[in-house]
Design a protein around this ligand. Structure first.
Ligand SMILES: [Zn+2]
Ligand SMILES: [Zn+2]
Length: 604
């Protein structure tokens, strides 16, 4: 990531907003499409546009000419890009934003609502925000708008409920880089002995409210100053002795971050307290009380008095989490398990903490795309990405023919692709490259290729991509057809949900997990932080109650995506997953035998 403030993603966002505003204002389609295309082109640039312009000027070339040479950027757009890089704004963008009520962009985000419909709502019903729309859901005037059947209105209602439930929560994959950068920044301040993030982020939750950071240090004022005045802070909400709050911007996300300065000798107790969850902490306090002790953020005390620290009593354990857990008579419980889902009881009863999977256990990537479909990397680059991570196996799983937008492969192209993969595997040392496919599961459960073609593949990942609002019975039939199909190895992103975006399929999980276990089909944890699908609680049920196998894959479309494995691992740890249940941790021989075995048995 470059340190320039005016990033491609911010610039692309402005063009996206202009496209949406032009559309809402009923301007001609050509202008709308041109803005939308420029946004896409900017997002796809490997170089930061601001750097490209700076370089052009250093070399005495006209930035305008350099930008116009990029496919999809015309003169007008190039001028706006330069305006943005030079001034931080685009006048036309500012003008357009003044003409469209800000709340209308939220209405436009509701799945199933296009700009034409939203414009009609605005013009005819004076709807300018989601709350307005919500107030009119049962009105006849809304039902009277063109293309506004009962089903559409039901869908809108569902989408609004879903958006309300996820409001204010930031996806893990956006929050974690912000927190890591903050912690790094604070660690560089002199006198800081410890800096850690706590809260739902440390527990690896899929969405995060605020970022909580704990610091132990010898110079609190230096830490407060560094925290409140850093370049990414857009607002200081509070600046107290031991607690400061700021709003922080990163790319185009903003979040609240809270800093707490805690004594070094009580750091462990504070870290436990602020990591939570609240319910987990309640259980731990019960254990303490049961032992005649008191636990709070200052430590574990051998008295049941409230606030013993105020009476000058010193804790018996406080400096590290390990000390506190040990003094409670418990093993250290990994943060991802601290959800009051039986972890304290399991630990107290001596069953011991499970040996949770770690990133280092992952030895294979079994779901990844190349530029043959919608990936950014060539086949060779993808292989290099997997080798760089020390994997012994990579499955190349480009999209199948129905995924038109993703440039899915028709049978002829797939056969050529298989040949290329096998040829590259022949001449590549140190890694096994498998020919696979991410095959669409049609709404009725059929797969996108016939059985003969599927039989030519080493790995078949079957995934749902369309019709993700099917009713439960249809969704169950559809996914059952896939997991019981003899040539399917992995069910990819089983529900198709998008975090903060759409709920996805809601199949009968008991039926699905029982069938997956019976047929030896692995269920995926898709590590993309937008998906994390299956989710933690479902993975735990699949493995503990049904004995299912799990695949943790990144669904990589670029080299950077390989790093998303962190999010898949966090989700797996929240599911108490141990390495043996995850096929990506298996030694090469065992994994290859399992893949081939499934294929052999399907030929009988
Ligand atoms: Zn997919
Ligand atoms: Zn995929």
């Amino acid at each position: 990531m470059t340190e320039t403030d005016r990033t491609n993603s911010q610039l692309a966002r402005l063009f996206e907003q202009m496209a949406a505003a032009l559309d809402l204002l009923g301007k001609n389609a050509f202008r709308v499409n041109a803005s939308a295309r420029v946004a896409r082109v900017i997002r796809d640039q490997a170089d930061q546009i601001a750097n490209v312009i700076a370089r052009a000027r250093e070399e005495d070339t006209k930035p305008l000419a350099v930008l116009k040479a990029i496919d999809g950027i015309g003169k007008g757009s190039a001028e706006k890009i330069i305006e943005y890089v030079d001034t931080g704004t685009i006048a036309e963008h500012t003008e357009l934003m003044e003409q469209v009520p800000a709340g209308l962009f939220d209405v436009l985000e509701i799945p199933g609502l296009g700009p034409k419909t939203v414009r009609l709502m605005w013009e005819q019903l004076s709807i300018t925000c989601v709350a307005d729309l919500k107030g009119k859901l049962d009105s006849e005037e809304l039902a009277a708008l063109p293309r506004m059947g009962k089903k559409t209105i039901d869908n809108i209602r569902q989408a609004i409920t879903f958006a309300e439930e996820s409001a204010g929560r930031t996806p893990l994959g956006i929050a974690r880089p912000i927190a890591l950068a903050l912690v790094e920044h604070l660690k560089s301040v002199s006198g800081v002995t410890r800096a850690e993030y706590a809260g739902s982020l440390r527990r690896g939750c899929e969405t995060i409210g605020d970022i909580d950071i704990l610091v132990a240090c010898t110079d609190p004022e230096a830490v407060r100053e560094a925290f409140c005045t850093q370049s990414r802070a857009v607002q200081v909400l509070a600046r107290g002795e031991t607690k400061c709050s700021i709003r922080i911007r990163f790319e185009h996300a903003t979040m609240q971050a809270d800093l707490r300065i805690v004594p070094q000798e009580a750091f462990g107790a504070a870290l436990m307290y602020f990591t939570g969850s609240k319910d987990h902490n309640v259980r731990l306090r019960e254990v303490a009380i049961g032992n005649g002790m008191r636990l709070n953020e200052y430590g574990l005390f051998t008295t049941t008095d409230e606030r013993p620290q105020d009476a000058g009593i010193k804790p018996t354990a406080a400096q590290t989490e390990q000390d506190v857990f040990a003094a409670l008579g418990l093993e250290w419980i990994p943060p991802e398990m601290r959800e009051d889902r039986g972890e304290v009881k399991a630990c107290a009863e001596g069953m011991g903490v499970p040996h949770l999977i770690t990133r280092g256990d992952i030895k294979a990537e079994l779901h990844a795309h190349t530029d043959a479909s919608d990936g950014k990397q060539s086949l060779e680059e993808l292989v290099a990405s997997a080798q760089k991570r020390g994997y012994h196996t990579l499955a190349v799983t480009d999209h199948s023919v129905s995924s038109v937008i993703a440039n899915g492969l028709d049978p002829k192209r797939l056969r050529r692709h298989i040949k290329r993969v096998r040829a590259l595997n022949e001449k590549t040392e140190g890694i096994t490259i498998l020919a696979g496919s991410e095959v669409d599961i049609h709404p009725d459960g059929r797969l996108d290729y016939d059985d003969d073609l599927l039989a030519e593949l080493d790995v078949v990942v079957a995934s749902p991509h369309v019709s993700l609002r099917q009713d439960r019975a249809a969704a169950t039939r559809r996914l059952l057809a896939a997991v019981t199909h003899p040539r399917v190895h992995i069910l990819g992103h089983p529900t198709g949900r998008i975090i903060n975006g759409r709920a996805g399929l809601d199949p009968d999980l008991n039926e699905l997990f029982a069938a997956a276990a019976e047929h030896g089909t692995a269920l995926e944890i898709n590590s993309s932080w937008k998906r994390l699908d299956l989710r933690d609680t479902h993975v735990r049920a699949a493995v503990q109650d049904f004995g299912c196998l799990i695949a943790i894959d990144t669904d990589a479309h670029s080299d950077g995506h390989f790093e998303n494995i962190e999010y898949g691992i966090l989700t797996a740890r929240r599911a108490w997953l141990e390495p043996e249940s995850c096929i990506n941790t298996w030694a090469a021989g065992k994994l290859h035998d399992w893949l081939a075995g499934k294929r052999e048995s399907s030929r009988r």
